[in-house]
Design a protein around this ligand. Sequence first.
Ligand code: ADP
Length: 368
Amino acid sequence: MACLKYREICKRYDNNTLAVTRFNLEVKDHEFLVLVGPSGCGKSTMLRMTAGLEEISEGELYIGDRMVNDIPAKERDMAMVFQNYALYPQMNVYDNMAFGLTLRKIPKQEITKRVNEVAEILDIVHLLKRKPKTLSGGQRQRVALGRAIVREPQVFLMDEPLSNLDAKLRVQMRMEISKLQKQLGTTTIYVTHDQIEAMTMGDRIVVMRNGIIQQVASPLELYRAPANLFVASFIGSPAMNFFDGELNEQNGTLLFQHEIIKVHIPDYQAKIIKIKDCINRKVILGVRPENIQIYTQPQEDTIAAGEIDLIENLGSEMYLYISGVDKKPVIARVDQDIKLGRGEKVYIAISPEFFHLFSQSTEENLLK
Ligand code: ADP
């Protein structure tokens, strides 16, 4: 078991690409930490530096109290699981799982015991004699996981391990990996570009963009209190609605003014100091699709009216795409039992407790 500390880590590749900038983080013992962000944001680079497969350009990496910058990969006691499984095609499943232990000169009896135990946990005992090419993607990924688990490492490093699986299998493996990690208690760093995977698996999530950490938080905190516009737009599906406008003061209260939408910022939110600096400045109001209320008649709290452009019906819920409020359609999530049709006029309301407000210049969340 181990905790990891990253101090001011930077990575500059030979071609001068700055892939990671000043990465500071502590990963707790037993923690399941997810690194998430769009392609090219530096996630794999971070994981590879952690594993010792890539040199750290600047900064320090500690496992426990030991600085490991110059410790070779094989001495770091970490096991990595890759997207492409990286199994040895000529070896059967048993030998694939046993190989790393044989190299470490673990006694044969112990190897047999460990491989069989882990195969049992992963439900692949019946596959032990088969070669990788005869297995399905899900089975191969289980073998790759098994190979990492039998090593009993201090840390698991997983790089998009589910990306090659179909949607249904991904959901199943997501659950299995989460359960297994809790059962084993091994500190895990998991890289994905998929925000749903991050939200469902991580104890904490690190959101990255252009090699820079944007926010480190629990899934719920990321969702409810995103640090900035990027996190707010990256986490959540469908994405948060954003309205460009200005923040003005009127008779002692703060008012968000968009071409169509005008809403008062409640006192308890207006008291947040950061907001005062943004009076008469351009800001962005953010509202998640589930926080938009839809009515067929005007209400006291109606802030805009629009027309339903498109309805996406997912069975348990519906998404309405409403035009006429903003340049892009406003997306609202509504209950399945609301009877609405395309082209219908609807009235929109938003409760102030669900407002998110961002600065247009710095993109930071002004209500956090
Ligand atoms: P992610 O895993 O988030 O998709 P990566 O860590 O693979 O991102 O890449 C981060 C940045 O570093 C990208 O701009 C990528 O092009 C660059 N990069 C990655 N590997 C190398 C390399 N070996 N040489 C030069 N640039 C690289």
